[in-house]
Design a protein around this ligand. Structure first.
Ligand SMILES: NC(=O)c1ccc[n+]([C@@H]2O[C@H](COP(=O)([O-])OP(=O)(O)OC[C@H]3O[C@@H](n4cnc5c(N)ncnc54)[C@H](OP(=O)(O)O)[C@@H]3O)[C@@H](O)[C@H]2O)c1
Length: 242
């Protein structure tokens, strides 16, 4: 794709993988609408990407608030590439048999957020647009205590496969990251974060956690490929290998 002046929307674009997408798309010449809920996070993202200020519109949107999504999409239409990267909700952790059902249900908020993004976004897509949803490789290899996150990831991959024929010739795919060093872990202390990454390294053949740009590059590549739809691409350092 020639990204010059393409219209790209990144929901969940103010941190981590979405922020890296925003940067790579703007660097490639696209006009980017990048959205999240938190004003401070948007301001900090705008400072980080100040070099691309003319190409990026920072917008307020919550994937659980369909009106905010409709406003965002209407402003950016006709959209060439829609990236859904919002975490969307808190997730329940721990063994399923001890899990509050409400917490398990709430964990699917990421799926409901993406579903909102698709229903409100598709009417604003260009005819040959591409949608990329950020899933999680954990869908297919669930560590202890992560069953709610893993189940949601599976639901998103299934949703993508089921949706692809309905929105064709527009394309929709999932990019599924492994463990990536992003703002998702900002609540941890630096020591806790490094400890968690150190422990994880043993299960990652490439021996390190991933960087947001490594996932973002694949999101743009998948959006660019005109003969892919309904599929999932993993970016996980080999962690799904047996
Ligand atoms: N990092 C990993 O190891 C990893 C692994 C597998 C999958 N993923 C997936 O990758 C995606 C991106 O995560 P990340 O690691 O880049 O996390 P991150 O750095 O925390 O970024 C999350 C982004 O989503 C936005 N967001 C969260 N809830 C939202 C909502 N309800 N409406 C709109 N925006 C919302 C956040 O901004 P606000 O909070 O201001 O709204 C932020 O811009 C997520 O779907 C996550 O599940 C991450």
């Amino acid at each position: 794709m020639n990204w010059n002046d393409k219209r790209v929307v990144v929901v969940g674009g103010t941190s981590g993988i979405g922020l890296a997408c925003t940067r790579l798309a703007a660097e490639a010449g696209a006009m980017v609408w990048s959205a999240g809920r938190n004003a401070e996070r948007r301001e900090s993202a705008a400072v980080t990407l100040a070099d691309h200020a003319g190409r990026i519109t920072w917008a307020e949107a919550d994937v659980q608030d369909r009106d905010s999504l409709s406003r965002l999409f209407a402003a950016a239409a006709p959209i060439d590439v829609l990236v859904l990267a919002a975490t969307g909700t808190e997730r329940a952790m721990g063994p399923f048999l001890k899990m509050e059902m409400e917490g398990f249900r709430r964990s699917f908020g990421k799926l409901w957020g993406y579903a909102n993004g698709i229903q409100t976004g598709v009417p604003h897509l260009a005819d040959d647009a591409a949608v990329v949803m950020v899933g999680g490789a954990i869908a297919r290899k669930c560590p202890p205590g992560m069953i709610a996150v893993s189940s949601t990831g599976n639901a998103i991959e299934g949703f993508c496969r089921a949706l692809a024929p309905e929105i064709a010739p527009r394309r929709v795919n999932v990019v599924a990251p492994g463990l990536i060093d992003t703002g998702m872990f900002e609540a941890l202390s630096e020591e806790q974060r490094q400890g968690m990454f150190e422990q994880a390294r043993g299960n990652i053949p490439l021996g390190r956690v991933g960087q947001p740009e490594e996932v973002a590059a694949m999101i743009l590549a998948v959006a660019d490929n005109r003969y892919m739809t309904g599929t999932t691409v993993d970016v996980e350092g080999g962690s799904l290998l047996p």
